[in-house]
Write a protein that binds this ligand. Structure first.
Ligand SMILES: Nc1ncnc2c1ncn2[C@@H]1O[C@H](COP(=O)(O)OP(=O)(O)OP(=O)(O)O)[C@@H](O)[C@H]1O
Length: 270
């Protein structure tokens, strides 16, 4: 379990990136931090592995204040996946995935076998292992990034807009893969996005932030539509837009769910 207790981050120039956040991230579930640009999502995420230290409050992992843990050790025990995959360009895919396990002292043969296994887990063909990142598509690079994040078998996986830079179709594919992976692996995932649809799709818990790094609402995705905390939330989740306003229509004896324009969204189970 990850816990934020009264966490604030004020940068030396006076910017309050995160303002007094209290939040619990339950284990083995996906928590999505969502919000507009500059709402403190990345800062909040990076306080988990001490890439950023809070100026006030504390972040605890399983009851231990991360401030008391050596940052290098901490970072190697937590998976981290970022937007542009962050792969080392002059190293092969295999070497990229093996980096952290080798740094942690895993034997080369073991690390290699595990890396090959992980490439398969994230849906990559073994033949890509000896290629260099630039020889891969954006989507493939992101998959390698996910494999690398999982390589040291961390309990926690931090993902900062990991699918932000790929085209919409590949993005959908990667989102579905992450859902599958999460069902199989049961990691504690903290995922940053500015896309509310992605947040609803992936999050067991969604945390909506606004400028100044304040939590406006948190909870299960459906709660945001059922009872948005205020107008900002309504606007952000699009509760006021046609796409979210669904209604039932009877078609050929079945109950079909349609949107405001009458376009079908699905069929209601009997
Ligand atoms: N090193 C820094 N020094 C000063 N201000 C910073 C620094 N890093 C971030 N900030 C500011 O803190 C605020 C929050 O930044 P952060 O990157 O956490 O937001 P974000 O929600 O992740 O945004 P985005 O979606 O654009 O990545 C912003 O106003 C940003 O300009």
């Amino acid at each position: 379990m990850i816990e934020f207790r009264g966490v604030t981050k004020q940068y030396p120039d006076g910017t309050v990136a995160v303002g007094g956040v209290d939040l619990v991230v339950p284990p083995r579930t996906t928590t999505v931090l969502v919000g507009t640009s500059g709402s403190g999502k990345t800062t909040l995420l990076r306080m988990i592995n001490r890439m950023v230290d809070p100026t006030d409050g504390a972040v605890l992992i399983d009851g231990t204040d991360v401030a008391t843990v050596d940052p290098v050790r901490l970072r190697r025990s937590i998976g981290y996946v970022m937007q542009n995959s962050g792969l080392l360009p002059h190293r092969t895919v295999l070497d990229n995935v093996m980096t952290v396990p080798l740094l942690k002292g895993t034997r080369r043969q073991t690390a290699r076998a595990r890396a090959m296994e992980l490439l398969e887990t994230v849906g990559l063909d073994a033949s890509l292992a000896q290629k260099y990142p630039a020889q891969l598509s954006g989507g493939q690079q992101q998959r390698v990034g996910v494999a690398r994040g999982l390589a040291a078998d961390p309990n926690i996986l931090l993902m900062d807009e990991p699918f932000g830079a790929v085209d919409p179709l590949v993005r959908q594919e990667l989102q579905q893969e992450l859902r599958r992976l999460q069902r199989e692996l049961g990691k504690t995932v903290v995922f940053v996005t500015h896309d509310i649809d992605e947040a609803f799709l992936l999050g067991d818990q969604v945390v909506l932030l606004r400028t100044g790094g304040r939590v406006v609402q948190s909870g299960e995705p459906a709660e945001f539509l059922a009872s948005p905390a205020d107008d900002f939330v309504s606007g952000f989740v699009g509760a006021d837009r046609g796409r979210r306003r669904l209604r039932l229509e009877e078609v050929g004896g079945r109950r079909v769910v349609v949107d405001e324009d009458g376009r079908p969204a699905g069929v209601l189970e009997p």
